[in-house]
Every structure is written in C-alpha cells, then in structure tokens.
Design a protein around this ligand. Sequence first.
Ligand code: LLP
Length: 444
Amino acid sequence: MSSPVPCPESGTAAFHRGLPGAAGAGELWCEGTRVAALAERFGTPLYVYSGRAIDERAERLRRAFGADATICYAVKANSNLTLLRRLAGHGLGFDVVSGGELQRLAIAGLATDHVVFAGVAKEPWEIAAAVAADILFFNVESEHELALLAAAGATAGRRLRVALRLNPDVEAGTHAYITTGKKQNKFGIGLGRAADVVRRIVAEPWLELAGYHVHLGSQLRSVAPYVDAFERVAAFADADPAHREGVTHYDLGGGFGISYGEGDELDVAAVAEALLPRLSARGWRPVLEPGRYLVGDAGVLVTRVLGTKGQSQPGSPAAAGGGGTEFVLVDAAMNDLVRPALYQAEHPIAPVAAPRAERRTVDVVGPVCETGDFLARGRQLPATVAGDLLAVFAAGAYGASMASNYNSRRRPAEVLVDGDRARLVRRRETFEQLTANEVEIDES
Ligand code: LLP
C-alpha cells in the first residue's frame, strides 16, 4: 500500500490528501473518510475530529510520563461527552474548572476518582458536588476558599485533599491572554504568601496538603519553564519541613503547545525526562493537565465559501486584489471559532478539494457583524470560489468549547471519525433551542 500524501497544514497524519489516481485524489481526508462527504452529509460549519489522532496523543503522553502519572485531561479544551469517554478509555482522569464540567463527567458516566478541580473562585455548590464525587484533590489558589473547603470537609466528615496552586512568577513565552504564571496574573498564590497559606492548611483539621500545583499558561513550546517552575516549588518545599509534610503529588499543569502549522510542538518526552527524576527523588507523583495537546490537532473546522469580495478605495486599481483587501466570505464565524479574534491566533487553512495552483492573499471572514470576525487575515491561500469548502486546522481545542450563539447563530455540529466510519457526536443546534428559555415567559 502506498503511504498517504501528507497535508502540511495539519499537525497530525490523520488528516491527509488522497492518493493521485485514486478516488478522492488530492482531496482532504480524515483517516479513511473524505471530508467533503462529511460536509455534504452533516452540513457546515462542521467540526470534524479524528479518533486516531486523539488516541495517538493520549498514548504518546502515557509513554512519556509512565503508568504512575495521573494524566488529567483539561475538559475546557473540548468538553464533548464522546471525546471525554474516549479519553477516559485511555486511563485518563480529568481537570475540571466548574461544577458544570464535573456534571458532564457524571452525564458521560465517567469515574471521578482521578479528577482535579481548579479555579480561582469556586462556589459552595461546586465544592459540595466535588466532595460528593470524591475527587482526587482540589487545586486551591485563593485563600478565602480554605474556609469553604474546611466547612465542606466538616459536613462530609472527612479531610479534603488540597493541592496549593503556586504562582512561581515564571515567564512562559506565550500570548499575554493565556499566560497564567506571572505575578501580575490572577492565578495561584505568590511564593511570598505561600508559607502563610500552607500554615493555614496544615492547621485546619478538615484539610490535608496533598501537593503543589503550577500552571504557567497555554501553548508552551519549551521545557525550561516547566523545570524553572518546579525548581521554585522545590525550593519552597525545602524551606520548611511543614511545607512538604504529607505531600504526595506535584501537578505540573497543562499548556503543552502544538504547532499550529508553524514551528515545533512541545517535546513532551523531554518534559517528562526533565521532571520525572526530580519528582521521584522527592517521592512526589506527577499529575498533568493537558488540554490542547490531546485534542487540538485532532480537529478541523470545515466551512463553505459563500462568496468573495474585493474592497478598494476610489482611485486605486480594480476592486478584487487590485490594491485593496480581498475577502473570502465563509459560513463559519467568530462565534464558531473565536481564537483568531480573541488571541490573534493563526490557524492553518486549506481547501478541502485538491488546491488550485493560483494563490491569492486574502482575509477569510465570517458573516458576523464585527470587524473582529475573521478566521485569517492577509493569508496566502489557493484561489477559491463560492461553494468551495475550506478546512481550518488545529481547531479541536478551544473551538467548539468556546463557541457561542452571537448573532443568533446555531453552534456547529461535531463529528468523530474512526477510519471510514463517521459518527455525529453533537447535533447542530436548532433555533428552537436558541430561544427555548425565552418563550412563554410571563411578562405580566
Ligand atoms: N490547567 C489549567 C489550570 C488551566 O487553566 C488550563 C487552561 C489547562 C490546564 C489546559 O491548558 P492547555 O494544555 O489546553 O493549554 N482558550 C485559550 C486557552 C485558555 C486556557 C485556559 N486554561 C486558547 O484558545 O488558547
């Protein structure tokens, strides 16, 4: 069998181009399924996930970190129930940040003994739900929460395990909106305050200090920040026996970067190689919270071109391409994938059909009434015409999970592919669902 034609825009071989001379030659495939056929069957905009790509990433992390590591998938990256079940099938636990995410695990019928619960401000009902679910530990990063947790422990009649989230003031070298481990960020407890907080935890009969947690930010591509952060936490633990008494876990957070079509993804084996010996020297077990790394490359957003349009000023040469901006108008928008608008994120884009040879510099924009509604700006792409399909790559993480109904748009359908089999794992929303909570409201 000849090897598949790679698709350079994709961070996984699960998306590839059809072999020359065969059916679907040059077209985009997801595993053994033509992406164009999925668009026909399920409509657009459409999220398409590769099961194999998710499996591969889960296995790669397990190989790197070993059987002893607790790998908690960050549910926020993509909270689709079918994907959660798939990841649980690899022995993964979950990192949740809300009672809603915990509820999803219950609805998916998943165990909660390998769940960590993070967040700067948890509500009492969320804490109660997590206590009832007997999660692995709470990641605590705001002092006011200690009293809430202690009260919940007293009610339950057992000590709650907490990991203290430290803010090590480490530069993660990523976008400002997704940096979390600097002292100006709201996350974690600064090392200057941490001794006091540890004292409070140790003194509290209903709490026990199970570990330390650090999360530096997202889309990290180098090992150094992980090591830096660990060394700072280790120095803190070494400063006083009370800082390490009973500590069993070190949660190194998530933030494992993917390529987004440019540069290298984070070398997860190198992170493991650097951290595991340091952890085992202290008898600390690793916990990690990857989100994007597991599902980001596994998903594409498929969108249809509705038309093209040129914009130029009076006196400048012809419209389309003639000195002004050329727009490709598509049926996906910032409500479906907000990352370009919110973080200036650059997702690779390519036609689903075999790309035309002619290339043009275009802005790919959606129908939403916002200038910020773009999927790409000033991008060199093969020429497209109305009716063409485009794939927006690396959209499996923080795509569907951040989608909204802005402009009263229905959130997209989601499909999971395994080989030549495609399953709808979330239906496209209906207009009835959009307005269900507003109809029959008594205005009197
Ligand atoms: N752990 C904690 C405590 C987190 O806050 C996050 C992400 C993760 C783990 C997972 O990070 P990951 O491995 O996926 O990078 N919406 C943004 C990313 C925000 C991430 C927030 N926290 C984006 O689209 O890039």
